[in-house]
Design a protein around this ligand. Structure first.
Ligand code: NAD
Length: 345
């Protein structure tokens, strides 16, 4: 097998999904994934036939796998030495500690949205700035929320130009696998106002002046964004035109809450399970078509984000940008999504 050799450092919620998506690509192979120690996640790597490494090089850490049912091929440096690019999927703020290791190894690197934009000085979303990321040494795939905002706002900006946006992010309290987080019986506003979520979009998309409020609610699957966008005068669009822009945008799904029978995130996730992707993932951003209203210059709409998976295909496209193997973001997105679909059918 040939292709770009992709290392995945951190094999948790995002890492395992990214590994499976990279494995599906015709121009990439997964050179290895890392675990901090022997745990049930190692069995998944074995099942995928992916070589397993330890997250660091300390002999004690590597030896912790001895006597377990999982064998490792070495530490992080060993994995980097057989790879062309590393996708860091360590917990938020932990990835930055790996940065110097990647720089010392001279390897291209991709961080996730839990790290700060300043770490790499450039961030990534396929529809926003694929071309700016061509050939760069390191980038950061923006968070699930920022990815969601980019998917619907950037194509709109392409048509109308500059706009101001206010967004309220109704955020899931924890991922399904987190037993130590909350709130369980409360609605928790983020009291840092405005929140950092919306403005992060400005790290990848120009001409969208956005602020946000955020609130955490006791659910584990999906965020909902309530978005108000102020379009420039003379935009000439109708609500139907806006929906049609999103219909022509990759990785956006628009369906009716009433006539399609999808009134809430619960039904969106049920539909995602019906699609048959592993873990019941939904890579696309879901817009309720009957919840979109353009009144004069003011566009209001709701969208739902499957937080564990919308960034997954973005990581694949970011590899193509960094390795400079596909300059056209739409072509890359098409290859990524088709390959993932074929591998799961
Ligand atoms: P996670 O906790 O589920 O997985 C992280 C994995 O990294 C774990 O297996 C952990 O053992 C391992 N790890 C621990 N220390 C490490 C180290 N030093 N080096 C490498 N790996 C190490 O976290 P996650 O949810 O997959 O998040 C990973 C990144 O993706 C974060 O930056 C997060 O903000 C971002 N992100 C998460 C979500 C989400 O909803 N979970 C969505 C978008 C982006």
């Amino acid at each position: 097998m040939t292709g770009v050799r992709v290392a995945i450092n951190g094999f948790g919620t995002i890492g395992k999904r990214v590994a499976k998506a990279v494995q599906a690509q015709p121009d990439m192979i997964v050179s290895g994934v890392t675990k901090t120690g022997p745990s049930h996640g190692c069995a998944l790597a074995n099942r995928y036939g992916i070589p397993l490494y330890c997250t660091d090089d300390s002999p004690d850490r590597i030896r912790s796998f001895d006597g377990s049912e999982y064998s490792v091929s070495g530490g992080l440096s060993d994995l980097l030495s057989v790879s062309d690019v590393v996708i860091d999927c360590a917990p938020g703020k932990v990835g930055q500690k790996n940065h110097h290791t990647y720089l010392e190894a001279g390897i291209k690197h991709i961080f996730q949205g839990g790290e700060k934009h300043e770490l790499t000085g450039i961030s990534y979303t396929s529809c926003s700035n694929h071309s700016q990321n061509l050939g760069v040494m390191g980038t950061r795939v923006v968070s699930c929320n920022t990815t969601g905002l980019a998917r619907t706002l950037v194509p709109l900006r392409e048509v109308v130009g500059e706009m101001r946006v206010e967004c309220t992010m109704i955020r899931r309290a924890a991922d399904p696998g987190d037993s130590n987080k909350g709130p369980v019986n409360a609605i928790k506003p983020v009291l840092k106002v405005p929140s950092h979520h919306g403005p992060d979009l400005m790290t990848v998309a120009e001409k969208i002046d956005i602020t946000s409020l955020a609130v955490a609610v006791p659910t584990t699957i999906m965020h909902v964004h309530a978005i108000v966008a102020y379009l420039p005068s003379g935009h000439g669009l109708t609500t139907a035109d806006v929906l049609s822009i999103w219909e022509n945008t990759p990785r956006v799904i628009s369906m009716s809450g009433s006539s399609d029978g999808i009134p809430s995130t619960a039904e969106v996730m049920e539909m995602a399970r019906d699609i048959g992707r592993p873990w019941g993932d939904l890579h696309e951003i879901f817009v309720w078509s009957d919840g979109v209203s353009l009144d004069g210059n003011v566009l209001r709409y709701f969208q739902a984000i499957h937080q564990e998976s919308d960034v997954v295909p973005e990581n694949v496209d970011a590899v193509r940008a960094l390795m400079d193997i596909e300059q056209d973001w739409r072509v890359s997105v098409d290859i990524t999504d088709r390959s993932i679909k074929e591998s799961f059918s």
